[in-house]
Design a protein around this ligand. Structure first.
Ligand code: NAD
Length: 273
């Protein structure tokens, strides 16, 4: 363990990502598991986090009150729901903590509220924490610049497990935004999120989105650039939640030594500029 291994508490620790995060923190020699927070009144209050995550007894117990363990941790990792995440940002501002946010599906108003904390909390907020996806975003920017205005139609498709509650995925939207920005377009005007019935031919500048929800698919995304005679597809497939969890722990280590501000995984991975 390095001289400064941040102490990490996981919000939503009983969830799919929360349990994976317990294992990811345990496997990282430069991070320490300091706490886990479950939903208020949950029957899992007091449960051993290791037992919850199938990692054996760790001697760290779940609580439903972040304030009760505020002295024990430096960084929160939050993969929950938009309202819970915003409440945790307020908590971090009050208690002087950093936060890594993986929650997706925030509305425009919720995003504005989150952004209001950028001067008060060191935060990493990214709809996808995997290193591979963040590299893919870089590749998409390059591809869009090279191809986009030469008559290539751009379509984004994604597939996730049957329990996912928001659509299109935060990652699909981020991919669309990266492509739109590189081409001076705007998803608000050029994004097409539904085609049904007599919807007519596609417009030249459209960026279309298609969603699949099925079984236990962890997360698959493809951006297609198609024209007469050829098609390029840039695809990322996640086969385990561990890729997101490892990225989140990396972000926690990074943000623990940064000033207040809103950062994303491109900052954490040094992919900007
Ligand atoms: P999940 O439903 O399995 O887990 C969410 C957990 O939060 C649940 O256990 C729930 O009880 C808990 N919770 C609710 N209110 C709480 C509160 N007030 N305090 C503490 N815990 C509370 O969902 P999941 O599959 O783990 O996904 C969670 C979020 O993370 C979703 O928005 C998902 O899209 C997102 N996600 C992001 C990435 C990424 O890389 N950024 C990757 C995977 C999932």
């Amino acid at each position: 363990m390095s001289s400064y291994a941040p102490r990490i508490a996981i919000v939503g620790v009983a969830g799919r990502m929360g349990r994976t995060l317990v294992n990811a923190v345990q496997q990282d020699p430069d991070a320490r598991l300091a706490g886990g927070i479950v939903a208020p009144g949950s029957s899992l209050v007091g449960a051993d986090l290791g037992e919850l995550a199938g990692a054996g007894r760790l001697g760290v117990n779940a609580t439903d009150d972040p304030a009760a363990i505020a002295d024990a941790f430096d960084v929160l990792i939050d993969f929950t729901t938009p309202r819970v995440t915003l409440a945790n940002l307020a908590f971090c501002a009050e208690y002087g903590k950093a936060i890594v946010i993986g929650t997706t599906g925030l509305s425009d108003a919720e995003l504005a509220e989150l952004d209001g904390y950028r001067d008060r909390v060191p935060m990493v907020f990214a709809p996808n924490m995997s290193v591979g996806v963040n590299l893919t975003l870089k590749l998409l920017e390059t591809a869009a610049r090279a191809l986009g205005d030469e008559g290539y139609d751009i379509e984004v498709s994604e597939a996730h497990h049957r329990h996912k509650v928001d659509a299109p995925s935060g990652t699909a939207l981020k991919m669309g935004e990266v492509v739109a920005k590189a081409l001076d377009r705007d998803l608000k005007g050029d994004g097409v999120f539904e085609r049904v019935g007599q919807c007519g031919p596609r417009g030249d500048k459209e960026i279309g989105f298609a969603t699949v929800r099925a079984g236990d698919i962890v997360g698959e995304h493809t951006v297609m650039f198609a024209t007469e005679g050829e098609r390029i597809e840039i695809t990322h497939k996640a086969s385990s939640r561990m890729t997101f969890a490892k990225g989140a722990v990396r972000a926690a280590r990074w943000v623990a030594s940064h000033d207040r501000g809103r950062y994303d995984m491109q900052d954490v991975l040094g992919l900007k500029g």
